[in-house]
Write a protein that binds this ligand. Structure first.
Ligand SMILES: *Cc1c(COP(=O)(O)O)cnc(C)c1O
Length: 492
């Protein structure tokens, strides 16, 4: 609760029972704080206290002087939400007043503020998903074909300014298909950002190819042009150019695509943009995901918009879009029977889920602004923490701030331990993506750091946290996140 809100709860004993009831009604917090002239807490007042006062014979015009003395349940700072909850349970109450060393109230904590889970990133539905899904159900278009899919693809392509979109069952499926479209196969190499979720690289391995990992640069936390150059020089030296480069746009921010495209174009190697986290972000005025030969999005439940599970490929290449649709529906040839010349996949998005996607696309812009707002609130809430450095927003575009991410530059802090402590407070924070070149499963794979002695992604992994960032996160929840983190940092 902020200072202004708290101040509205203060009452003096000269106030009448009627005025107190009116104040309880207006403030809506279920509690008033009776204080003396110095602002010291005398007791708390609830609806029940006033009801008992009236039942004992007081009229509405009597003053609060008639209330019996009752010690309020208070605690003093610093205190963590788990202790607050314990105290509430012990006293059988749903609000707890926090007082300073002079017994002046500085906060009122409600049970719901401390006992509900705060998740990293939750689905946030708009108003029209229901309509599109109902249409699909009532017209029996439940099969993985139908009018919602076609419309969703058209609306998505339109939204991001791509010529074609192909709706698929997941972002991972989209990457898999994108690499297939670029003829990645057995024994090939694919360059891939190291600082990312493993789904960016798994499809390389599905196709029997070998991932080579590329580090990030400090301005955007995305693929380092310097490291990419090095990787290409080395590839030329050993005579083994990659078939494709997967550039990941991390945590809602585009990579610096121009220099990356210049390098890849020099060797005539196509770029797949993994924009699973950056739908709604821009790069020099264009939509993230539309700068490479192919781009992919994810509509998984934790992404900026969701179809509960889903993905898409976007491209300006009509042949590739057609081939993607064909391969995603078991590569069926146009014949009157089931005729197959190639091995395909069952990767098409269903018509029902595309209905959710159509509703979600309509609220994409507002979800982006909400996530950006969440990020800037965190910056304010932690403005007294000089050793916090936030993920930068490069000047070439806007980030969606899909997740609010921060580096805590304190060498004595074990970031993983902090994440565990937060989990015990029912707050979901996550370490940053562990770089893929540090994953046991990729232990033998080649890796190119930003500079020979600067492994940026590994350094960030040791210091960074993703904070709860959902577009439906409330201010109260964000304050709790900040309070609990500060509590643990002070406690050491
Ligand atoms: C979520 C994600 C994916 C995979 O998307 P799914 O729809 O979950 O398969 C791929 N890459 C990145 C960077 C992601 O964050």
């Amino acid at each position: 609760m902020n200072k202004e809100e708290l101040a509205t709860l203060f009452v003096r004993s000269s106030l009448s029972v009627r005025e107190s009831l009116a104040k309880l009604d207006i403030t809506g917090q279920g509690i008033l704080l009776l204080v003396d002239q110095e602002g010291k807490l005398l007791r708390s007042i609830t609806d029940g206290d006033l009801r008992r006062l009236i039942l004992s014979g007081c009229s509405l015009d009597h003053s609060l002087d008639h209330l019996p003395y009752k010690k309020a349940a208070v605690v003093s700072e610093p205190i963590c939400s788990r202790d607050i909850l314990q105290q509430m349970n012990k006293c059988g109450i749903n609000q707890l007043i926090i007082v300073d060393e002079n017994e002046k109230p500085i906060d009122v904590v409600h049970r719901k503020d401390v006992d509900t889970a705060i998740s990293l990133s939750l689905p946030h539905l708009g108003e029209e998903e229901q309509i599109f899904v109902s249409q699909a159900l009532s017209t029996n278009w439940v099969a993985p074909v139908g009018p919602n899919i076609d419309a969703f693809e058209e609306e998505l392509a339109d939204k991001v300014g791509a010529k074609h979109a192909v709706a698929l069952s997941s972002g991972t499926a989209a990457i898999h298909l994108a690499l297939r479209l670029l003829n990645v196969g057995e024994g090939d190499r694919v360059f891939c950002s190291s600082f990312t979720f493993i789904a960016s690289a798994n499809p390389i391995v599905y196709l029997g190819a070998e991932p080579v990992f590329i580090d990030s640069e400090p301005d955007s936390w995305n693929m380092s042009p310097a490291a990419l150059s090095k990787a290409f020089e080395e590839a030329v030296r050993v005579g083994k150019l990659p078939k494709a480069v997967i550039v990941v746009n991390l945590y809602g921010q585009s990579a610096d695509m121009d220099p990356l495209l210049t390098i890849a174009n020099r060797y005539q190697v196509p770029i797949v943009e993994d924009a699973a986290e950056s739908l709604g972000a821009t790069y020099k005025g264009r939509c993230s995901g539309t700068l490479g030969t192919l781009g992919i999005y994810s509509f998984n439940g934790n992404k900026i918009i969701t179809t509960s599970g889903g993905g898409a490929i976007v491209t300006d290449d009509e042949n590739m879009a057609r081939e993607a649709k064909y391969l995603s529906t078991q590569a069926r040839e146009p014949a009157g029977w089931y005729e197959h010349e190639k091995i395909g996949y069952n990767y098409r998005m269903s018509n029902v889920l595309a209905g959710i996607g159509r509703g979600q696309l309509k609220v994409l812009d507002s979800r982006v602004s909400a996530r950006r707002r969440v990020f800037s609130r965190y910056q304010q809430l932690f403005s007294d923490m000089p050793f916090f450095s936030w993920m930068p927003e490069a000047d070439f575009g806007t980030s969606t701030r899909w997740l609010s991410t921060v580096l805590i530059n304190d060498d004595t802090l074990d970031i993983f331990e902090l994440a565990e402590k937060m989990a015990r407070e029912n707050i979901e924070v996550r370490p940053l993506w562990k770089p893929l070149h540090k994953q046991p499963v990729f232990a033998g794979n080649q890796y190119f750091p930003h500079h020979p002695d600067q492994d940026m992604s590994a350094r960030w992994f040791a210091k960074g946290l993703c904070l709860p960032s959902g577009s439906n996160l409330s201010m109260v929840q964000q304050e709790r996140v900040a309070d609990v983190i500060k509590f643990f940092l002070k406690a050491g």
